[in-house]
Design a protein around this ligand. Structure first.
Ligand code: NAP
Ligand code: MG
Length: 484
């Protein structure tokens, strides 16, 4: 299977370029397919196609554009099994998670399409008589979306429909680890009848294709999800030519467990928040901060559950946790486990590679829990992006909040308690863009703002009206009769 690029409405063969082999991270003997590593000139071709398609696309109404987005959502929904299987083979997550991601993506598209009947401007009272004074929201032009491998459907589905609904034309880059799910995304819009050139997909490396999608002076906005390191660099380059940059970056998300929490539920939440998706979620629960009085009971109950986790091929229905996406990702996670031990945290379970023939050919790692973790340890401060949970103990609620807020990140945070006073206090004081009570830090509704604070975000929001606002600009209009 070969992945082509989608440029100007054509599935283009790029000719003589390096082809990257994509292998199943659960079994690296299995080749999923090959994907071209495009060059800057191919991005330029996509930019030209998008610029050509822009006038006609912007001339449509919001409702006309929404119809295409709605149809693309139907295509995704109808192919949830097929795309889900590809996502599991390419990225490694379980099939249940993968299929769920595709239907969630379809729901995101529907949710954006439903915004077409919103008021996209306002009418104002003028200073001069008989003046019609109002605002419009207009598209920016050609924009880029750059996304990571961990949610190759959800994340493009947060960005692409927001850009399209606003009337922009788009260049899309999937992660080089997950081009085939990217291919399905572009295909869904093609099958939905999106005009040629309105959406273009270019595959390749961030350093070449991604960089050109940021640096090219025609690009008016970049919506990026990925690491802090790359995000900061993109913000600088974009600012250099006056392009807007939306950055959704990493997290080190805390779940606070107060002493009145129901431990059965709290331990389920901690485990699922930390280990689902093999911990490769920006919203993964990577720190549990538990009140001292119940810490020993909490840890004992949590361990009993985590030790029962079954790792394996995501297509096996008994698998709770698939492999990590790549060898590099596994090296990073194993390195953090080594650092945790060296820093003096206590390894309670996991910490290595599971043994057995079924694990030999994949990038598996054990579900890992540390306790005796101090807030200043690296494993308590840095994003690991794997199934590694750090348990920290706090003397009381105030200390728990202090620990929770002591990192540079601020994406998502959660608390388990029945105490309404504490809940209100938590919502008020926690430094996070998404806050949940009696749930773990992951999972989001499709129609409400999503994004972080502090180091986790540039402050713009995805989902819903705010996402479309990022991709549009306001025009203020005064209309006066000549006679005045
Ligand atoms: P990454 O290394 O930053 O890459 C993200 C995307 O940017 C990839 O498509 C990558 O291309 C591209 N890229 C790399 N360098 C670039 C450059 N100089 N200019 C333009 N594009 C460039 O992140 P990742 O490892 O794929 O994903 C994991 C990170 O994403 C974690 O930090 C995680 O927290 C974050 N994340 C955040 C959210 C959120 O909503 N806040 C959601 C999910 C994930 P390649 O194909 O070469 O890699
Ligand atoms: Mg990376």
């Amino acid at each position: 299977m070969e992945c082509r690029n989608y440029i100007g409405g054509e599935w283009t063969d790029l000719g003589q370029v390096e082809m990257r082999e994509i292998r199943n991270p659960a079994n690296t003997d299995e080749i999923v397919g090959r994907c071209p590593m495009a060059q800057r000139e191919h991005v330029q071709q996509a930019v030209d196609a998008a610029a050509g398609a822009f006038p006609a696309w912007r001339a449509l109404t919001y409702q006309e554009r929404a119809k295409v987005i709605e149809r693309a959502s139907e295509v995704l929904e109808a192919k949830a099994e097929e795309i889900g299987r590809m996502l599991t083979r390419e990225e490694g997550k379980t099939f249940a998670e993968a299929r769920g991601e595709v239907t969630h993506g379809a729901d995101l598209l529907r949710s954006y399409a439903s915004l077409a009947r919103q008021a996209w401007g306002g009418v104002f009272s003028p200073a001069k008589p008989d003046t019609f004074l109002y605002t419009l929201r207009e598209p920016l032009g050609v924009v880029s979306t750059i996304s990571p491998w961990n949610y190759p459907i959800t994340i493009p589905c947060r960005k692409i429909p927001a850009a399209l609904l606003g009337g922009n034309t788009v260049i899309v880059k999937p992660s080089q680890l997950t081009p085939f799910t990217g291919w399905h995304m572009a295909k869904a819009f093609e099958e939905a009848g999106l005009p040629s050139g309105v959406l273009n997909m270019v595959t390749g490396s961030g350093a070449v294709v991604g960089d050109e999608m940021v640096r090219n002076p025609i690009i008016r906005a970049i919506s990026f999800t990925g690491s802090n390191e790359v995000g900061r660099e993109i913000a600088g380059v974009a600012a250099g030519h006056g392009a807007k940059a939306q950055l959704e970056l990493g997290g080190k998300n805390p779940l606070i467990i107060l002493k009145d929490a129901e431990l059965e539920r709290a331990t389920d939440l901690a485990m699922d928040g930390a280990m689902k998706g093999t911990g490769q979620k920006c919203t993964a629960t990577s720190r549990v901060i538990v009140e001292r009085e119940i810490a020993a009971d909490f840890v004992e109950m949590l361990l009993e559950k985590v030790k029962r986790i079954t790792a394996g091929d995501g297509m096996n229905p008994d698998t709770y946790m698939g492999p990590l996406v790549s060898e590099t990702q596994r090296q990073t996670v194993l390195e953090y486990i080594r650092i945790g031990k060296e820093e003096g945290a206590r390894l309670l379970c996991g910490g290595g590679i599971p043994s057995g023939a079924e694990y030999d050919k994949g990038w598996f790692v054990d579900a890992t829990v540390f306790d005796n973790v101090d807030p200043d340890m690296r494993i308590a401060r840095e994003e690991i992006f794997g199934p590694v949970l750090s348990v920290l103990v706090a003397d009381d609620f105030d200390e728990a909040i202090e620990i929770a807020n002591s990192v540079d990140y601020g994406l998502s945070a959660a608390i388990c308690t029945r105490d309404v006073e504490r809940i209100m206090d938590f919502v008020n004081r926690i430094e996070a863009g998404v806050v949940r009570v009696n749930h773990h830090t992951s999972s989001t509704d499709t129609h409400v703002p999503f994004g972080g604070v502090k180091g986790s975000s540039s402050g713009f929001r995805e989902h819903g009206i705010m996402a479309v606002e990022f991709f549009t600009q306001v025009k203020t209009v005064y209309i006066q009769p000549l006679s005045r």
